[in-house]
Design a protein around this ligand. Sequence first.
Ligand SMILES: O=C(O)[C@H](O)COP(=O)(O)O
Ligand SMILES: [Mn+2]
Ligand SMILES: [Mn+2]
Length: 559
Amino acid sequence: MGSECEFALKPHSAIERGKPFLLIIMDGWGENLEDDYNGVHMAGTGFLKSLKTGYPDRWRTVKAHGTAVGLPSDADMGNSEVGHNAMGAGKVISQGAALVDNALANGNIFTDAGFEYIKETFDNGGTLHLIGLLSDGGVHSRYDQLELFMRGAHERGANKIRVHPLTDGRDVPDGSSVQFVEQLEKDLADLRAKGCDARIASGGGRMHVTMDRYEADWKIVERGWHAHVLGEAPHKFQSALEALVELKKADPKTNDQYYPPWVIVDKDGEAVGPVQDGDAVVIFNFRADRVVELSKAFEYPDFDKFDRVRYPKVHFVGMMQYDGDLKLPARYLVTPPVIEKTSGIYLVKNGVRTFACSETQKFGHVTFFWNGNRSGKLDDKLETYFEVPSDLCPFNEKPLMKAREIRDAAKAAILSGKHDYIRINFANGDMVGHTGVFDAVLDACSVVDECVKDLVDAIDSVGGSYMITADHGNADDMVQRNKKNEPLRDEKGNPLPLTSHTLAPVPVMIGGPALPSNVRFRRDLPKAGLANITATFMNMLGFEAPSDYEPSLLEVVRL
Ligand SMILES: O=C(O)[C@H](O)COP(=O)(O)O
Ligand SMILES: [Mn+2]
Ligand SMILES: [Mn+2]
């Protein structure tokens, strides 16, 4: 981690160390057009609105999408990984999506060690299995990357390919799985025309099958293991399209996110693509959080989170290495972004006592992503990480989620006098936003407003300071729109829900008794993004930020 003096920070010129500082991330909370579909605006969010209108020098927005957070283009919505990486690290880092694009464009993905490793199995007649999220959401994966990879792998000797797609409906509209499966079938047919035995083998909805995160519910991964690896699922079909249509007919309430697991079988009822000894397995998601668990199931011989029944000997690689601390997986196709010298490391090296807390769904966001995709603590003595277990139901059913429990834990941390820096994430705007259920979003945003107010009161009572911000938009626009930005409706006239993140900038609010009255936001950084947050909160903790960080948003004015 380097020497102490390499990390020494100078004291800030106007802000003293010593009083508690609270950093709140409101996940999925953008600053957007204030119309009837903006859940943040329509909810009871009077306290946050009062900070906007009451303190214009201490309220602003920053960019949270596209190139400002290291994504390939400004058409890319922000997401939790890139947002928390940027806020934790103080720099704009080229992220997984961009790195995979580069590796495909320059061909390195097919010449580096990870591909060499899987290629060994092609030469021995092994099947290439591809497991991952099937959409063009660009958050966890992208379809065009899968297509290019399949084609390139076939050109380099993969003669049998089995794809195990997970349907999305979360980063893209619900129902779009049909188009993506049709596109995949077309591209697989092209491969078959070239002599490759290429087929879809199994799948399911991403929130019910395979893509759990932060060990919220291992059963999700177990279902995936049974379908993808063992070739077993309660629902068997002859084609993936048939699976989507028939499963929806049988349960109209199911959707792309929550499809049950399914397996494709041949005319004799045999699964067409279970994973066997000698095969290659690639997870084609570039983002880590929702594939760490499946990677462990493939990689760890002594795995005990569920009974794998059969543990095939395969050549397993991730699109990236998903956990830099655990070196998981050991083999990967594209080298992950280097995220070093994060704010967390600087702050512990300067003796800052940190309390980081969220509920399970976002716990790794304020720890793992925050620390540059490292799973462990940076300093056992100075840091306390506290996880509130999340509910296991769809979050529109319990939109308050664990906001009040997080508030209570953070409040106790503030009042205890044991922590200098309290960092929390409220999941509601995002997790309920992804359900597309507008009334639930209203409850989700209101409870965040209530909890933020209580915590600002607690900070006031101990003479501390606070920053409230967000990682990207979501609840701030809950309707799909046409190119003119007009809401789209179904045949009954109901608005078509938007389940994904938005491109909106996010608010940043600062205040509290410890913030000197002559400190306010600069007016000369209109293009600032999430990476500018970092130097700003390091200032609020009493330090000048490292010189290679994006500039602080603060200025000290003469009164
Ligand atoms: O994984 C998810 O839940 C979504 O794809 C992205 O949401 P997040 O980036 O807010 O986690
Ligand atoms: Mn998020
Ligand atoms: Mn989200």
